[in-house]
Design a protein around this ligand. Structure first.
Ligand SMILES: Nc1ncnc2c1ncn2[C@@H]1O[C@H](COP(=O)(O)OP(=O)(O)OP(=O)(O)O)[C@@H](O)[C@H]1O
Ligand SMILES: O=P(O)(O)OC[C@H]1O[C@H](OP(=O)(O)OP(=O)(O)O)[C@H](O)[C@@H]1O
Ligand SMILES: [Mg+2]
Length: 299
């Protein structure tokens, strides 16, 4: 049996979210030795146990209070919520934070050869999906009735296989749709990975650990979004240079030894610098422009 005093976190074992979930926890300083076959991993340096499961099971594990936290795509979370509500349950959980990975959209797609004039043209059609409740919620709002063809994977195969007239599946780059002769016609849900917490009382020590993790996650995500920018700039054009740097705090300005006409500027920016901006900075007389990643941040 697992020790109930340790914080239990569920994450996807292998799939689109697993590498990012593992990296996030590692960057928060949790030392976990994840071996391929091991479904429960114990952190060495904190009272944390990691359950590695199919992503579909994560919302239920949190809603049933089996684990304290879970990292899951909003698409799967929302589908589980709607499924349980349809069964008369009132599932509870908290979303602690939206994360910076797992971005995708749930979209309707049809054959590139079919005409699409709006949701109405799907009336009485058969739609293949792994997300029947999210699909029904969307098409109910549009007053479109349809038949669901449930597929748990490779949904894109359905139209050509004659199983369905359209599909409703996850899209990121659109490459899978294109490779299967399909065209995205409607985005019905935009998703990212989220960190969720079970409802109910949390022992003080566990809550403190969750609070500490949240501060660290904030620091990790903030750092990933930010860049450290350094350059040499002409002293008389500082304001023009600063105007080109949206998202940057007021810079630190340092003298350059033996050069009165130029200064060194250091600043943290919440955005990266695009090549176009760097070219404009150069045109203003800036040089030695460096854009560096930041590893950790605490405000
Ligand atoms: N192409 C994509 N780009 C980015 N994120 C995606 C993409 N496809 C899916 N996701 C996100 O990652 C989650 C997991 O996707 P994945 O394809 O690994 O699920 P799965 O095959 O159901 O895995 P499991 O074996 O755990 O059930 C999705 O629910 C979604 O939130
Ligand atoms: O728009 P794209 O970038 O092509 O991504 C979309 C594909 O990614 C996901 O599947 P995944 O590759 O994770 O495989 P799966 O069928 O095992 O879920 C999703 O179900 C789509 O099929
Ligand atoms: Mg799954």
């Amino acid at each position: 049996m697992l020790d109930n005093t340790r914080l239990r976190i569920a994450m996807q074992k292998s799939g689109r979210l697993s590498d990012d979930s593992r990296e996030l926890l590692a960057r928060c300083g949790i030392k976990i030795n994840l071996q391929q076959q091991r479904l429960i991993a114990f952190a060495e340096n904190m009272p944390i146990d990691i359950l590695r499961v199919r992503d579909d099971d994560i919302p239920g594990l949190v809603m049933d209070g089996v684990v304290d936290l879970g990292i899951i795509g909003e698409n799967v979370l929302e589908e589980e919520l709607l499924t349980r509500r349809a069964q008369g349950e009132d599932p509870r959980y908290f979303t602690l934070r939206r994360l910076d990975f797992g971005g995708c959209r749930l979209s309707l797609a049809m054959s590139v050869d079919d005409e699409y004039t709006g949701p109405q043209c799907l009336h009485n059609s058969r739609i293949a999906t792994s997300y029947p409740h999210l699909l029904k919620k969307y098409l109910d709002q549009k007053n479109v009735s349809f038949k669901t063809c449930m597929l748990n994977g490779s949904v894109e195969v359905a139209p050509r296989a004659g199983l369905a007239d359209a599909i409703c599946d996850l899209v990121s780059t659109g490459a899978t749709l294109e490779a299967n002769g399909l065209r995205e016609v409607e985005v019905i849900y935009r998703s990212k990975a989220v960190l969720i917490q079970r409802d109910g009382e949390m022992p003080g020590a566990k809550q403190e650990l969750i609070d500490k993790l949240m501060t660290r996650i904030q620091g990790v995500i903030k750092a990933r979004e930010s860049k450290y920018i350094m350059m040499h700039a002409p002293s008389d054009r500082l304001e023009e240079v600063i105007k080109l740097l949206p998202g940057a705090e007021r810079p630190t300005v340092l003298p350059l030894a033996g050069d009165q006409s130029r200064v060194a500027m250091h600043m943290v920016s919440s955005e990266t610098l695009f090549w176009e901006t760097m070219e404009k900075l150069k045109a203003l007389g800036a040089s030695s422009i460096l854009v560096l990643p930041i590893e950790k941040m605490m405000e």
